[in-house]
Design a protein. Sequence first.
Length: 246
Amino acid sequence: MPAELALVISLAGFVAGWQLVVLAFDYPPFILPSPVLVAQRIADELAGGTLLHHTGVTVRAALSGYGYAAVISIALGYLLAADRRIERIVAPQLAATQAIPVVAVAPLIILWLGNGPEARTLVAALVTFFPILSGTIVAFRAVPREYVEMARISGADRWQTLRLVEAPLALRGIFGGAKAGLALATTGAVVGEFVGGRDGLGALITIARGLFDTPLMFAALAMLAALTLAGYLVTTIVERLMITWE
């Protein structure tokens, strides 16, 4: 079965199960709205422009943070994979930072940078950074050393070896980390919006919670899920286009 068809079937099954639960237990909309009600609310908010505005704010923060994190983490990941001495110094410190929840750091970032998009971008970058870094290190470490040695014996310099041998063979692993990081980028942006944002899907969820507007909360959550799924699919397509030899 094609992966795309399996995805559609699984989503349809999830929605059908959701509808059956609502009907079987007769939940009121403020507890668990039906998918039909949520879809109607999404359509209404899209028509009014509210959902598009908040979604755009979250997308910009998530993609900006993801872009910064990807550039830095891939470059640093290659450096750590190539030089174990640097890795022994830097890697434990980077791992220790992962013990600090981003929810605990976000208020400090908001305090330092204010409620603007810079703070949300930084939170998204922090959440995204480590998965891409880890994937990059593992990917470059998995490149067979005999290929690297053969390239150097053939006269390739460091840049040519990286461009023609190491990077192509490491792409699969790098994309694995990139997809994991992209899934977390929206999470980081939403955390920043929860803490101090006035716009974005995180802020919209906070507003809906205060109004006990559960269908609106589900509409915002559905948009977050759709954004993450779209990002994953786009990254997968780019991966297939770039890796043509497997």
